[in-house]
Design a protein around this ligand. Structure first.
Ligand SMILES: NC(=O)c1ccc[n+]([C@@H]2O[C@H](COP(=O)([O-])OP(=O)(O)OC[C@H]3O[C@@H](n4cnc5c(N)ncnc54)[C@H](O)[C@@H]3O)[C@@H](O)[C@H]2O)c1
Ligand SMILES: [Zn+2]
Ligand SMILES: [Zn+2]
Length: 390
């Protein structure tokens, strides 16, 4: 089959790789009909997430048609499904309480040591996201093997276009969980850093949850425009002093909740970011945590901090004093995708949530490398790339 493979930093290629087969009784094989490139894939592309090997198949946002099932799968050949990027057994201690991205049974032992060393515990397996998360071949491919297919996949009714439901695999539930983690109350002021796909879905979710004012921060005019179209007020951080602007827009108090939808590859020339960038370049640092630092300073006393942006290591210059002295609450995490699928599918079908406004480019899988390059280097124009294997 054809699949997008990682070969090294800034080097991805579509290659012919071995076909999948059923390995475990609960597996299903899906023929991919649509897949997308995520901001998280850029961290792999840029080589800042460890644990990739040349030839690894990337992709964790995908959907398709079931072509083969093991005896323990509840899916049927021919069904259309969207597959969560988190691989979760559905029955361990963590899955049982809806913490699917903490599943104890989907990350093979080989990968657990590194994860335990970095995080104290092993996290769940993820599709196409390095050997730290199990080394599972991803969905930017013609076919994918889906483990625990009786738990994760969301069956989609015929007649609903792929593009309306594809983002249930990741960024839509991620934006939703980011807003939920910010514990938004009607009347709240909420600041969201990053107007990429995750930030945009976070803005949309925060407004749906009753936020009175959502302030979106980025530097790409087109991405800021998309946020404004959703109903956000916007700050272009190149032209404003963000902390002062946020105080001014919140009556001198600061936002009730702040959300970091940027993560470990913050842009910009702030001194702490330049230092982090240098450390990342020479391999003695993993995270450029500029946005998280700003968010902790910006949020009002007693406020809430939500971190959907991905971080992988040990950030320094962390404003621990602000966290403690202001009495902040902080919540983060890879999204527990399986927890949100049915509810968000319903909201899409009822027309409450539009998921297609951010798609800027549709390419064939064969052109995936062009998609990666532009999604990274022409961010303003390339807001979301959907790949079609056939
Ligand atoms: N928690 C999860 O499960 C989960 C799921 C998907 C994505 N993510 C993460 O969410 C983050 C965003 O993903 P995306 O797909 O939207 O990525 P993206 O790269 O398309 O968007 C990031 C945006 O942040 C903006 N940005 C960069 N530095 C900034 C700064 N200093 N201030 C304000 N804005 C800044 C960029 O201009 C860009 O528009 C990534 O870290 C990604 O890995 C997490
Ligand atoms: Zn993603
Ligand atoms: Zn589990």
């Amino acid at each position: 089959m054809r699949a997008l493979t990682w070969q090294g930093k800034h080097d991805v290629r579509v290659d012919t790789v071995p076909d999948h087969r059923i390995v475990n009784p609960r597996d299903a094989i899906i023929e991919v009909t649509a897949t997308a490139i995520c901001g998280s894939d850029l961290h792999l592309y840029d080589g800042v997430i460890p644990g990739l090997r040349p030839g690894d198949v990337l992709g964790h946002e995908f959907m398709g048609r079931v072509v083969e099932t093991g005896p323990g799968s509840t899916l049927k050949p021919g069904q259309r499904v969207v597959v969560p990027f988190t691989i979760s057994c559905g029955s361990c201690f963590f899955c049982a309480q809806g913490q699917f991205s903490a599943c104890d049974n989907s990350n093979p032992v080989e990968a657990q040591e590194a994860s335990e060393m970095l995080y104290g515990h092993a996290m769940s397996g993820l599709f196409g996201y390095s050997h730290l998360t199990g080394g599972y071949p991803g969905g930017q491919a013609e076919y994918v093997r889906v483990p625990f297919s009786d738990v994760g996949p969301i069956v989609v009714p015929d007649g609903v276009p792929d593009e309306q439901v594809l983002f249930l695999s990741d960024i839509l539930p991620t934006g939703w969980m980011a807003a939920e983690n910010a514990q938004i109350q009607p009347g709240d002021s909420v600041a969201v850093w990053g107007c990429g796909p995750v930030g945009l879905f976070t803005v949309q979710s925060a407004l749906l949850m009753g936020a009175e004012q959502v302030i979106a921060i980025d530097h790409h005019p087109n991405r800021l425009r998309l946020a404004r179209d959703l109903g956000a007020r916007v700050i272009d951080y190149r032209h404003s002093h963000v902390l002062e602007a946020l105080l001014e827009m919140t009556g001198g108090i600061g936002p009730d909740a702040v959300i970091d939808a940027v993560g470990m590859e913050s842009h910009g020339f702030a001194p702490d970011n330049l230092l982090d960038t240098a450390k990342q370049k020479v391999g003695i640092g993993v995270d450029r945590a500029h946005v998280l630092r700003m968010a902790l300073l910006a949020v009002r006393k007693g406020g809430r901090v939500s971190v959907p942006g991905v971080y992988g290591g040990f950030a320094d210059k962390f404003p621990l004093g602000a966290l403690m002295e202001k009495g902040l609450q902080i919540r983060a995490g890879q999204t527990h995708v399986q927890k949100y699928g049915q509810d968000l599918l319903q909201r899409i079908l009822e027309g409450q949530i539009d998921t297609t406004f951010l798609i800027s480019h549709r390419l064939s899988l064969e052109d995936a490398a062009t998609g990666y390059r532009n999604f990274r280097d022409n961010q303003d124009e390339w807001t979301k790339v959907v790949l079609k294997p056939r």
